[in-house]
Design a protein around this ligand. Sequence first.
Ligand code: NCD
Length: 353
Amino acid sequence: MERTREMTSIGADWDKFYSAEISSKTPFFSRDGRLYDCLFAQQLNRELLERLFKTAGDLREITQKKEGADFVSSLLSHKRGMLYFVQPSTRTFLSFLNACHILGIKTSEIRDTSTSSEVKGETPEDTVRTFSSYVDLIIMRHPAPGFVEKTAWLMNRTGRPVPIINGGSGKDQHPTQALLDMYTLYRSFNGSVDGRKIVMVGDLKRGRTVRSLSYLMKNYKNISLAFVSPKEFKMEPDILEFLNKHSISFIETEDFGSVMGDADAIYMTRIQDEHDKTGESKKVDYSPFYFKKEHLKILKKNCVIMHPLPRRHEIEPAVDEDPRAMYWRQERNGMWARAALIAHIFGVDSKIR
Ligand code: NCD
């Protein structure tokens, strides 16, 4: 993966680069016609999404048999990956770890800055640069929005760049969650996502999953969105502007009941109180934004109920038995979708097909 002189000269100044339009900087994070760093949901266009969904499906099928699993795990057995997850994570961490293992990538991990030389005063940037001395891929979750992008920017300017995948950056973006969410919608609707009515519920202001998923809607035709949240935690204006710009229809409401019956998918989220500054979550009654067993009878027969998980009380466990509860399958879809993404980044997806 050779860098061109033109690419290395883009974005010499980080602050300028960070504030630039995403569309102008995406070439910096691509190589040889493929994604190199996966940082924003806006990098995932329809063609790429469907290609990744196809690879994910092929991986599922091929790896059922030992010979297939052995073949797939030989594809990247010469590569090493690093998971730098310094914010709590169960699913994203485990699904990435197992996605790496499916492809044969050997992994190492840091899950807490207190165990790295950052406690000796090393900057996070130097710490991350150190990883690239040992590994060929870095997957990161970090509490600061922009940090994962900065790492990719820095790394692309070094003599030994490695791909960076964003596993969640502050309350900003979670592109691979959006990828697996869209994969779940795609599978649930047998490939026909166009024209669907999608309801997103909860703390939309601070939930990075709903932000990234909203960006992906531009790839599909005639989607209608309903954003259901307490007035304190409404979807941020930058996302609404994006939807307006791309003529994606949406409504905002506090009345969950008013949009349930018409939905093709209901995407539940928990309150993101880790972002509280002055205990603002405690002042909000979140119970109108819960999905209860009694609501099942209002839903359409083929509606799917999704949740990025972890859940607290937003979905009553009794709902889990209903065939429309998709969140456990959604979780598993994440591993295959992430394996497909890594295969794409390393250019081995064509061997899987
Ligand atoms: C989400 C996250 O971390 O943003 N979880 C996940 O990645 N599956 C959602 C959440 O924590 O609420």
